[in-house]
Design a protein. Sequence first.
Length: 328
Amino acid sequence: MAQLGLVVPDELAGFSIDEMVTIAQRAEQRGYHSIWKGETSGTNSFMVLGAIARETEDIRLGTGIANVFSRSPTLLGMSGATLNALSDGRAILGLGVSSPPIVEEWHGQAYERPLRRAREAIEIIRQVLDGDTVEYDGEMFDVGPYSVGFETPSGEVPIFNAAMGERNRQLTGEFADGWMPVFTPLSELGGFATEITSAAADAGRPEPTIAPWVPAAVAEDPSVAKRRVKELLAQEMAMGYNRILATHGYGDSADEAHNRWHDGDREGATDAITDEVVEEFAVYGTPETCREQLAPYYEAGADLPILWPPFTASRGAVEELIDGFAPE
C-alpha cells in the first residue's frame, strides 16, 4: 500500500490541541503512515505530538519541522528520544535550517552557516539517540564528553532533512534518513530524488525516504478545491517562499502573490497563483478523483507524500481531505 502523511492543522489554522489529536486519530483510522506538526510559531511540536502519541497506536509522529537553531543538537536529540519513548518507537525527527526571519526575528539567533550547523547537529543527535556518551568536536559545536543518561537506547529515530537547495540536498543524502522538501516542482522531483539517493550510495548509506510536502484540498466542486490550494500557496509566497519558486522559474507569479498579499489584497494574491503553479506544486480534486492526483508523485520517486491542508480549511474540509486521499 502506498504510504501517505498529513500535516496536522494547528492553532495557526484555528485548531485546538484537542482537535489536532482528533484529526490525528482520524488519519490513523484511514491508514495514514504519519502525522506532522509544524513549529514556525504557536505551539511546541514535540509537546503536541506527545499528546497525540498517548491517544494513538500506530501512526508515526514527525516534527515538521524543528529547526536546528532554536534548540541545541543535544536538546533536539533528547526531545526526539523522549517522543520516541512516549510513542513506543513511532517518532520521526524532521529537521531544517528554517529561514533568517524565523531564526533571527523570532528566536533571536544569528543565522550563520546553516548547512554546517545542520550537518553537525545531525551527527550530535545521532550520538544522543545512541544513548551512551556524547563527545563531539566540530566547527560549530564542542560537546562533551557527557553522559546521555538514558537507561537504554531509545531505539532508532529516523532523521529527515527539509532541504531545498542543491548543497543541502547533498547533505541530506550523506547524513539523513529522509528528504522532506517544501515547494519542489513535480517536474523536478524525480531528478532531485536521484541526486539524493546517489549521494547516499556514495556515502554508503541506505536510500533516504523521499517525503515531499504537497499542498492539497478536496471538495465536491473541483474549482473550490483549486481555490483552496491557491490560497495556501499565496500565503506561503507572502512568507518568503516566493524566492524558492523563483529559482524554479515561477518568480513572476510568486512575486506578484507576495506583493499583493503584503499590500493587503489577499484575493488578488490568490488570483496571482497561476494554474501552472498549482499543477507543479499542489494536488486537488473531488473525493472521487483526488487520489489519482498523487500517482505522478510516486512515479517521480516519492515514497511518502505529506499532504498539507490549507490554513483556511474548516474541520469538515480537513476531514474530507483525509478521507478523499486515504490510502486504499
